[in-house]
Design a protein around this ligand. Structure first.
Ligand code: HEC
Ligand code: HEC
Ligand code: HEC
Ligand code: HEC
Ligand code: HEC
Length: 355
């Protein structure tokens, strides 16, 4: 062993030892249900996500950076017209849940609300705790947290109790087979490298960032855009912009009603100046010459229909060309709330059509 490796081994041993002490030690005694004369209960050893951190630092860091970790403190969720600081008690279950394995998995399972460490939102135990151990994705593991292999961890059944609130599992089941893959994790928990530890060789893991609509790379993979100029029946020319949900194994956008995706087309003259009439369809829908909105409206928005784009499906925005227009700016925007102005939206993609 080189000196560096020896130092590393000592560090790992010390770190592991400290963690071992911190969680109370004796694995065998603690794998038994409930309190034993020899040590604290599973609940006492693992009250929250921080108790997992000493041995799962990378996973912890990723999770900390995810929407799951902010589910209970997210200002948008807490807003007065939303969960009202969680005075609306029926909002607590999925945003500060008890372990989902407790009430069963799958689409029809209920999620129960947690009384402790609510600020941790969807914490490690929400997804992993099963009995007095943790649900593992691989068989044959040994550790202080008592990992037990449960095949459900790698299936959509784990995500379903919370995510079918907004129909995502139903949408996934109806999605294009080529996109569906094995489950949600192929797209939302990409493979990452886990370094070797004192007892384990280096291996592949899965990112716990749970990348969603806020991740620019994932977002850019959601849809593809094609455009062409064609003559309409009366002889005038029309720019046809086709938007396809080519990258989501569910609707685009999926889930919550406050999400809106806007396809905005702006006709430009030779100097890049905007031509024609600026569209003003309502708050959050101003600018460009034409706009197509993908969204499931709030229940009180009467007269509006659900325009989310199903997996694999296409929709076309037809823009009549005005005299002098030589090109068009095409942008796809993601809005986390529907009334945001374009300038505050996330840009999914931009392109230019010329003719
Ligand atoms: C004292 C160290 C230690 C602590 C603390 C600890 N674990 Fe573990 N955990 C291990 C070891 C060792 C393994 C098995 C080897 C491995 O994953 O590399 C393991 C395995 C796992 C697995 C299975 C990994 C797989 O491949 O599916 C999960 C899930 C897990 N732990 C979750 C947790 C959670 C959640 C907590 C906190 C409630 C926690 N662990 C606390 C040491 C620990
Ligand atoms: C059955 C589970 C469940 C319940 C109950 C629930 N939610 Fe959610 N909520 C979710 C899931 C899953 C998401 C993530 C979906 C997404 O981001 O599109 C979410 C996301 C949200 C978001 C979007 C957060 C963001 O940053 O974009 C808001 C706002 C929200 N919920 C509010 C509420 C309110 C208000 C209630 C109570 C009336 C509630 N939720 C009850 C599961 C639930
Ligand atoms: C083929 C890849 C793929 C698969 C499989 C997939 N998704 Fe997605 N998902 C995406 C893309 C791309 C986005 C970003 C576009 C968006 O936000 O709608 C996304 C966004 C999301 C969002 C964020 C919603 C929002 O409006 O920002 C949630 C929640 C989500 N997916 C849940 C799931 C669940 C649950 C499953 C499994 C049932 C799943 N996804 C399967 C590709 C996928
Ligand atoms: C939203 C649910 C969810 C939460 C929250 C969650 N996990 Fe996981 N975890 C999973 C799933 C699903 C897998 C298996 C993914 C696969 O293999 O497809 C997994 C895999 C793992 C693994 C093995 C793979 C790897 O990347 O090393 C460990 C260890 C683990 N989780 C620990 C934790 C810890 C510690 C926390 C909290 C910091 C946590 N998990 C939070 C769902 C979750
Ligand atoms: C116990 C409930 C619960 C479980 C189980 C769960 N989630 Fe979530 N998830 C949520 C909530 C709540 C949010 C929204 C938090 C917020 O934005 O405030 C969320 C957010 C997300 C997002 C981010 C969406 C965005 O807007 O960017 C993705 C992606 C996601 N979950 C994927 C998954 C996948 C994949 C699984 C299964 C492995 C899973 N979740 C399991 C409750 C859960």
């Amino acid at each position: 062993m080189t000196r560096a490796l020896v130092a590393l081994a000592i560090l790992v041993a010390l770190g592991g030892g400290a963690a071992w002490l911190a969680v109370g030690g004796d694995d065998a005694a603690n794998t038994k249900a409930g309190a034993t004369a020899s040590g604290p209960t599973f609940d006492e050893r693992f009250p929250d996500s921080r108790s997992c951190q000493p041995c799962h630092q990378e996973v912890f860091d990723e999770w900390k950076d995810s929407q799951h970790a902010i589910a209970f403190v997210n200002p948008l969720v807490r807003r007065e017209d939303m969960a009202d600081g969680f005075r609306k008690k029926d909002c607590i279950p999925c945003h500060a849940p008890r372990p989902v394995f407790e009430a069963g998995l799958g689409k029809s399972a209920r999620v129960l609300s947690r009384e402790t460490a609510r600020a941790e939102g969807v914490d490690c135990l929400s997804c992993h705790r099963v009995g007095d151990g943790v649900a593992a994705s691989r068989p044959g593991l040994v550790g202080a947290c008592n990992p037990v292999f449960r095949s459900e961890v790698t299936s959509t059944d784990l995500c379903a109790p919370c995510h079918n609130q907004h129909n995502t599992i139903d949408e996934w089941e109806a999605s294009a087979p080529a996109l569906r893959g094995a489950n949600c994790n192929g797209c939302h928990m990409p493979e990452v490298d886990r370094p070797a530890t004192a007892t384990q060789p280096a291996r592949k893991g899965r990112s716990h960032r749970s990348h969603g609509g806020k991740d620019a790379t994932l977002l850019a993979s959601a849809a593809t855009i094609e455009s062409k100029v064609s003559a309409s029946d009366d002889g005038s020319r029309v720019l046809e912009v086709t938007l396809t949900n080519s990258g989501c194994a569910h609707n685009f956008p999926t889930d919550a009603r406050h999400r809106a995706v806007d396809l905005v087309v702006t006709l430009l003259g030779p100097q890049g100046e905007q031509l024609g009439t600026i569209a003003k369809l309502g708050p959050g829908e101003e600018g460009g010459n034409a706009r197509l909105r993908l969204r499931n409206p709030y229940r009180d928005e009467f007269g509006k229909t659900n325009t989310q784009l199903p997996s694999g499906a296409s929709t076309v925005l037809r823009v009549p060309l005005v005299p002098g227009a030589t090109s068009a700016d095409i942008r796809l925007l993601m809005k986390r709330t529907p009334f945001l102005p374009d300038a505050e939206a996330q840009v999914v993609s931009t392109s230019t059509a010329t003719w």
